[in-house]
Design a protein around this ligand. Structure first.
Ligand SMILES: [Zn+2]
Length: 358
């Protein structure tokens, strides 16, 4: 049974219920896991349950009807504080935590969380984009985390524990959110009306790394057309890296004016390449694969040529490395160019050469 529409995290829910049943809820939580798996939704629902005035908190089952529940749903509950990185910023602004100018230390989350609850018995804060908390911000937050105001709960949301500053990590209870199962992602896509064809839903889900948000990004016909062009290019020997770089850059630039739109596309392209090289390696090992037509043809074409497993491994590793960098890189064109140049070089070095013409 889905918990208020949230699926895939029942084990975590049980842990929270057990902690509340024993009256031992921590004051600070660090939720980590890939984006789009439901961390924020879970945090919001947890906050709603903690603030609900109609049901005992240990049930963790907000009534959805009381004034408190309705205000949480409307984003207007005075005891629920939220901060997130504004669009276009690379860090969580300090002002959101401690105020600025004349109101410095008299506004902001660190001040507000210590106020007496207005409605219920608690204050709850959700700090989104905790990955982008800088050292100064983390230090400001530290005092609050070291001496949490009575009956306050702070939930930080990030993608991995490793990306958090040690000062924060050591003072928060870590809660890991796992990627959703492929079938579950597909079901959610169909239920939300994103796609009606089950086979298509499964294909997008397979590329989503367990994230509904990523699966929704796949709902783009141009993207799928380009994917065919890309994997055909990757299957060619030798790799025409310059030519491919021009095509990929043009495709990424066409995503839109915003850097965030280009970043999403660059990541998608790289993930298609990860899929291609993973498929090649599985093909070499003769592992069972369920690749759809275009991909399996490209892999067969590639594997019909001389193949060095070490070359494929190096190409996969370099591509995964590029995926890591795409989130932090402002200039996608340079990233793509370097990635493809390196691929050509690595494949060549590992003896992955063209067969002489017959
Ligand atoms: Zn309620």
């Amino acid at each position: 049974m889905a918990w208020h529409g949230i699926e895939g995290h029942d084990a975590l829910l049980s842990q929270f219920r057990a902690a509340l049943g024993r009256g031992r809820l921590a004051s600070t939580f660090l939720f980590v896991g890939p984006s789009g798996v439901g961390k924020r939704t879970f945090a919001e629902k947890l906050a709603q349950a903690l603030l609900c005035s109609a049901r005992p908190v240990e049930l963790l089952d907000p009534c959805e009807q009381c004034d408190s529940c309705r205000q949480v749903l409307a984003g207007a509950h005075p005891d629920l504080l939220r901060v997130a990185k504004p669009e276009g910023k690379s860090e969580l602004p300090l002002a959101l935590l401690i105020g600025e100018g004349e109101t410095r230390m008299r506004t902001g989350l660190c001040h507000d969380i210590a106020l007496k609850p207005f409605m219920g018995g608690r204050r709850v804060a959700i700090i989104d984009d905790a990955d982008d908390l800088n050292t100064e911000g983390a230090n400001c937050l530290l005092k609050t985390l070291e001496e949490p105001p009575p009956r306050s709960v702070i939930i930080l949301l990030g993608t991995s524990a490793e990306r958090q500053l040690p000062t924060i990590r050591s003072r928060a209870q870590l809660v890991r959110f796992r990627p959703l199962e492929r079938e579950l992602v597909a079901t959610i896509l169909e239920r939300q009306g994103v796609v009606s064809d089950h086979g298509m839903a499964l294909r997008w889900a397979a590329l989503s790394q367990g994230s509904v948000a990523k699966a929704i990004e796949m709902a783009d016909a141009e993207l799928w057309a380009f994917r065919g062009q890309l994997i055909a290019g990757l299957s060619r020997v030798p790799l025409a890296s310059r030519e491919l770089a021009v095509a990929v850059t043009a495709f990424v630039d066409a995503a839109g004016k915003e850097a965030s739109e280009k970043r999403i596309r660059a990541r998608q392209v790289l993930e298609f390449a990860v899929e291609f090289y993973t498929g090649c390696l599985r093909g070499v090992c003769r592992a069972d694969t369920a690749n759809e037509g275009v991909l399996s043809q490209a892999i067969d074409r590639r594997l019909a040529q001389p193949v060095e497993v070490s070359g494929l491994e190096a190409a996969l590793e370099r591509t995964l490395d590029a995926v890591e960098h795409v989130e932090r890189n402002a200039n996608q064109a340079t990233l793509i160019e370097c990635w493809l140049d390196d691929l050509a070089r690595l494949l060549d070095r590992h003896g992955w050469r063209e067969l002489p013409a017959a």
